[in-house]
Design a protein around this ligand. Structure first.
Ligand code: MG
Length: 382
């Protein structure tokens, strides 16, 4: 039996995780839940799964939640960063699913590591910002960081049964997003609606925009560097519009292992929770004969400079990946609020990175300061 704390339980990943828990009541229990704003769904989850504690965005939401809970289930209700950190280190939980969005995931991740909880990590921003610190602390505390991101889950699965020193390359696949075939000249006309309409994956707003700019792939490159301890030069990004191959690993004898499945996050989430075993999810296999062919192309970095930004941030390291991440979060939010156009996202990230004075080997406070600086700088550029 695994006792879970789910941070971000009302988001796309969180909801899918709760479906898995619902299906396997003999394997999982819920001890803690957090949700920033969606109280209506959180109330239903509390009534169904009876967690011991929950945390929400702020005091107002906490009071509203307390009023909404009419039944017999009365968990401890906390709020804000302190609430999220408490949920991540909750005593009776042995595994934490970190599925909240953005930089807010960093402190809870470190709290979970300090409390020696196993971590199923969906929040890639944590590793992008502070991968060196997070991975070192995880090693010191004997904590496994299990990837939930479908590409990293694929790589993790391909590496099973192999020696780390035998692998040489990661082929990180990307769907290419909705603008793969749109000529660059027409990028200036991209609307919010166009960008939110992802061809293969059903996800939250922030990651859907990140997929449209290919920044999601850029962040995943940095995530992979930390998770698997390799150099960015060993990662090749491939545009694979069918999203059937979730990523591949190349070994030193020239052999490549690919992990495949239909594009659905459920299997990756379930594997992080159940590994090394697998749960019967009754998922369909890819219909290979109907698909006919699987294609792989080089990404167009002229159209999608996010990849160049990410490789550069990864190469320079220090505070630059945190700056990249913060500028991206601010730019994506501004695009979602229709305050900037699609191309403005690239411009703001590029300019913020260009204005940053990098600090090497930053400690946590150095990273948090760089994150704060980049947010302010990016906002001033909008
Ligand atoms: Mg992914």
């Amino acid at each position: 039996m695994k006792h879970l704390s789910v941070l971000g339980s009302t988001g796309s990943i969180g909801r899918t995780a709760m479906d898995i828990v619902r299906r396997y009541p003999d394997r999982f229990t819920i001890k803690a839940l957090t949700a920033a704003n969606n109280l209506a769904l959180l109330v239903r989850q509390i009534e169904e799964f009876e967690p011991e504690m929950v945390a929400v965005f702020d005091e107002t939401k906490a009071l509203e939640l307390a009023r909404s809970l009419k039944g017999k289930v009365k968990p401890i209700i906390l709020y804000g960063e302190e609430g999220y950190v408490t949920a991540a280190a909750w005593e009776t939980a042995d595994m934490v699913l970190l599925a909240m969005v953005g930089a807010a995931g960093l402190k809870p991740a470190l709290a979970a590591i300090a409390a020696k909880k196993q971590i199923a990590l969906a929040n890639k921003e944590t590793l992008v910002m502070a991968g060196d610190i997070v991975m070192e602390k995880a090693r010191e505390n004997g904590v496994d960081i299990l990837p939930v991101d479908s590409e990293h889950s694929a790589i993790f699965q391909c590496l099973k049964g192999n020696r780390t020193r035998d692998f040489k390359r990661i082929f990180l696949t990307a769907s290419g997003g909705p603008f793969r075939n749109r000529p660059f000249e027409a990028f200036k006309d991209i609307t919010l609606g166009d960008a939110l309409n992802h061809p293969t994956w059903e996800m939250g707003h922030k990651i859907t925009i990140d997929s449209a700019t290919l920044m999601n792939k850029g962040l995943e490159v940095i995530e992979a560097v930390h998770l698997f301890g390799i150099s960015q030069d060993q990662i090749e990004v491939l545009i694979h519009p069918q999203s059937i191959v979730h990523s591949m690993v190349g070994f030193k004898d020239g052999i490549v292992l690919a992990q495949m499945g239909v594009p659905d996050m459920k299997a990756a989430i379930a594997y992080a929770l159940s590994q090394p075993g697998r749960l019967d999810l009754e998922m369909a296999f890819p219909d290979f004969s109907a698909l006919g062919s699987l294609t792989f192309d080089r990404p167009d970095v002229h159209k999608f400079p996010s990849l160049t930004f990410a490789f550069e941030a990864c190469k320079q390291r220090g505070t630059l990946p945190a700056v990249l991440n913060a500028a991206n979060e601010v730019a994506v939010q501004a695009f979602l609020e229709k305050r900037i156009g699609f191309l403005g996202i690239f411009e703001i990230i590029s300019n913020t990175m260009g204005l940053h004075t990098r600090i090497d080997n930053p400690d946590l406070s150095g990273i948090i300061e760089a994150d704060r600086w980049a947010r302010e700088k990016a906002k001033s550029l909008i």
